[in-house]
Design a protein around this ligand. Structure first.
Ligand code: IMP
Length: 209
């Protein structure tokens, strides 16, 4: 794809945390980002079978609704002993009350009951860009590691306290935002799944100011 992203785009999220993170990532490229929530766009139902499909549903709906290029992300934790669950259902496992302590306890219980010795897991982040004329581009970042039980750390969000990335002793919940999500200035590979997906998007579609 030779098309470059510039000017104003919509971030297809109603989540303030995701919006802040995406705005920070896009700022060095001179991209102005408004959110689907700020524009009053409805949230489409996430009916896809995988992360990329769900990110595309969100990006296409926002591009169509706003008449601007739209960026969406879909992410989650895949646990090997559970056949990659909770996966695309990661947010849903925390329920209406977004209780991630309960969701991490459920993972621990189900892994112990599975009989599998594996404690391997990976996070996935799919980013989708959609233009109002129907063109799309997608990028997927992953980070592999081990489950940590009991969960440790209070930083980050979601399943961060129960995941130790390969090469580290600390969980994501014990890392600063910069260490987990930062984009290394020397061009080396970022650590988190989301930062890795963003590096791929930036290399393909963005021009640094
Ligand atoms: P989404 O908003 O449908 O993409 O839901 C993603 C869910 O996956 C979030 O609610 C988190 O529970 C989980 N998740 C995704 N990325 C991370 C991460 O970096 N740390 C911890 N949990 C994450």
């Amino acid at each position: 794809m030779s098309r470059k992203l510039e000017g104003k785009i919509v971030i297809a999220t109603h989540n303030a945390g995701k919006l802040r993170e995406m705005r920070e990532l896009l700022a060095p490229f001179g991209i102005e980002a408004v959110s689907a929530g700020e524009l009053g766009l409805a949230e489409p139902e996430e009916t896809g079978d995988d992360f990329i499909a769900n990110a595309l549903i969100k990006a296409r709906a926002a591009a169509h609704g706003a008449g601007l290029p739209a960026l969406a992300d879909d992410s989650g934790l895949c646990v090997e002993a559970l056949g990659d669950a909770p996966g695309i259902y990661s947010a849903r496992w925390a329920g209406e009350s977004k209780d991630f302590s309960a969701a991490m306890a459920r993972i621990e219980d189900e892994v112990r009951n599975s009989g599998s010795p594996s404690r391997r897991a990976h996070f996935v982040s799919a980013l989708a860009l959609a233009w109002p004329d129907g063109e799309t581009a997608t990028f997927e970042g992953k980070v592999f590691g081990d489950l940590a039980f009991p969960p440790r750390g209070t930083a980050g969000f979601g399943y961060d306290p129960c995941f130790t990335p390969d090469g580290y002793e600390r969980t994501f919940g014990e890392m600063s935002a910069e260490e987990k999500h930062g984009i290394p200035a020397d061009g080396s590979k970022a650590l988190s799944h989301r930062a890795r997906a963003f590096q791929m998007l930036a290399a393909a579609l963005l021009a640094r100011e």
